[in-house]
Write a protein that binds this ligand. Structure first.
Ligand code: UFG
Length: 331
C-alpha cells in the first residue's frame, strides 16, 4: 500500500517522504509547489503537481496508486501572516483540508494523519506542559484554521470508515541527520531558521519580538523539536492506525522549553561567533510560553524521541543553511 503525502515538497513533508522511504514504504506526493520545491522531494516518490482541493486530481492519484493512508502537511504556517490574512488561512488550511478529507472519504482511504499545531491551545491557562485535554483556545487564525480541521476529522471519523491522528506540533526545527533535506524556503520566519541565516551572514540582522513577556528572561518560551523525531512520530501513528488503533490527537514536543534569548545563545555557541540582533515589539499572535506534555504520544504511539538536544538541532540547521548557500552559489 502507498502513503500519500500532501505538501511533500515542503519543510516537514520532505523529511516525512525520506522517513517513509527509509521505512520501506511506497510514497506518493501531491504538492502545488507554492512554497515547496520539486528538488526537495526524494526521487523515489511518485510526484503529482497540483492542489489538494482538486478533486479530479485526487481521484486520479487514488486510481493510479493503492493508497491506504494520507499524511497531510500542505498548508500555510506563519502565525503573524494569518493575523493579517485570516481568510487566506481559512481557505488554504480549512476549506482545502475539507476538500481533501471529502476526497479521502469518497475513495475509502482508511487512515489520515494531520499536521496540527500547538497553536490550537493558544496561551495555556496552566504553567505546566500542556496535555491534550486542556481547553482549545487558539489565539491566531492559523491556530483556528488547524483546529477546525481537527474538528472536521473528528466528526468525519465518527460518520465514516476513517481513522485519523492529529499530531500537534510544537516548534519544529533542524534538518535531516543524513543531510538530505532541511528548511529551504528563503521566506521562512521561524526562529532557528532566521537565527542560523543571520549567524551565517545571509541576513544582515534579526529581531527578538518582545522582551516583556511574563517569562524568566522576558522573551517567549517554546518547545523546539527536531524535525526527524517528528517524522518518526508520524510513522508510529501510521503503524498504530494500521494495527487497528483508533483516532487520536497527540502533542509532539519534548516537554521542556527554551526562551528566544536562550536559543540565540545556543546558535552563537554552536556557530562560534556573535551576530546582530534588534530588540523589537511583540509580534501579533504569540503566546508567552508553550511547552508540550508528550506523555500521550509516548504511551499511545510508542514514540521515543532520539534527538532531543537544542545544540544538535541548531547544528543540523546550520549545516543545511551552508548546504543551501553552496547550492545557490553553484547556480
Ligand atoms: N521570534 C523572534 N524573532 C524571529 C522569529 C521568531 O523573536 O525572527 C520569536 C517569536 O516571536 C516567538 C518565537 O521566536 O516568540 C518562536 O517563533 P517561531 O516563528 O519560530 O514559531 P511560532 O512559535 O510562532 O510558531 C511555531 C509554528 C506553529 C506552532 C507553534 C507552537 O509555526 O505551527 O510554533 O509553539 F504552532
Amino acid at each position: 500500500m502507498a502513503v500519500l503525502v500532501t505538501g511533500g515538497g515542503g519543510y516537514i513533508g520532505s523529511h516525512m517522504v525520506w522517513a517513509l522511504l527509509d521505512a520501506g514504504e511506497d510514497v506518493v506526493v501531491i504538492d502545488r509547489l507554492s512554497t515547496g520545491f520539486r528538488w526537495a522531494i526524494a526521487p523515489e516518490a511518485r510526484f503529482y503537481e497540483g492542489d489538494i482541493a482538486d478533486a479530479e486530481l485526487l481521484r486520479r492519484i487514488f486510481s493510479e496508486n493503492s493508497v491506504d493512508s494520507i499524511i497531510h502537511f500542505a498548508g500555510s504556517i506563519v502565525v503573524p501572516e494569518s493575523v493579517a490574512d485570516p481568510l487566506g488561512y481559512y481557505e488554504n488550511n480549512t476549506v482545502k483540508s475539507r476538500s481533501l478529507i471529502a476526497s479521502a472519504v469518497e475513495a475509502g482511504i482508511p487512515h489520515f494523519v494531520f499536521s496540527s499545531t500547538a497553536a490550537v491551545y493558544g496561551t495555556p491557562s496552566v504553567l505546566e506542559p500542556v496535555t491534550e485535554d486542556l481547553p482549545l483556545r487558539p489565539e491566531s487564525p492559523y491556530g483556528s484554521s488547524k483546529l477546525m480541521t481537527e474538528i472536521m476529522l473528528k466528526d468525519t471519523a465518527a460518520a465514516h470508515d476513517l481513522t485519523y491522528t492529529a499530531l500537534r506540533y510544537f516548534n519544529v526545527a533542524g534538518a535531516d541527520p543524513k543531510g538530505r533535506s532541511g528548511q529551504s524556503s528563503a521566506l521562512a520566519t521561524h526562529l532557528i531558521k532566521v537565527a542560523c541565516a543571520t549567524a551565517l551572514g545571509k541576513r544582515a540582522s534579526m529581531n527578538v519580538f518582545g522582551t516583556d513577556y511574563p517569562t524568566p528572561d522576558g522573551t517567549c518560551v517554546r518547545d523546539y523539536i527536531h524535525v526527524w523525531d517528528l517524522a518518526q512520530a508520524h510513522l508510529k501513528a501510521l503503524q498504530r492506525m494500521r494495527a487497528g488503533g483508533g483516532s487520536l490527537a497527540a502533542n509532539c514536543g519534548y516537554g521542556h522549553g527554551y526562551s528566544v534569548l536562550e536559543v540565540l545563545d545556543a546558535v552563537r555557541k554552536v556557530h562560534g561567533s556573535d551576530f546582530p540582533v534588534t530588540f523589537a515589539e511583540r509580534r501579533p499572535g504569540d503566546p508567552a510560553m508553550i511547552v508540550a506534555n508528550p506523555g500521550l504520544a509516548r504511551q499511545e504511539l510508542g514514540w521515543t524521541p532520539e534527538l532531543d538536544d537544542l545544540e544538535g538541532i541548531i547544528a543540523s540547521a546550520l549545516d543545511w543553511e551552508r548546504h543551501l548557500m553552496r547550492k545557490n552559489s553553484a547556480g
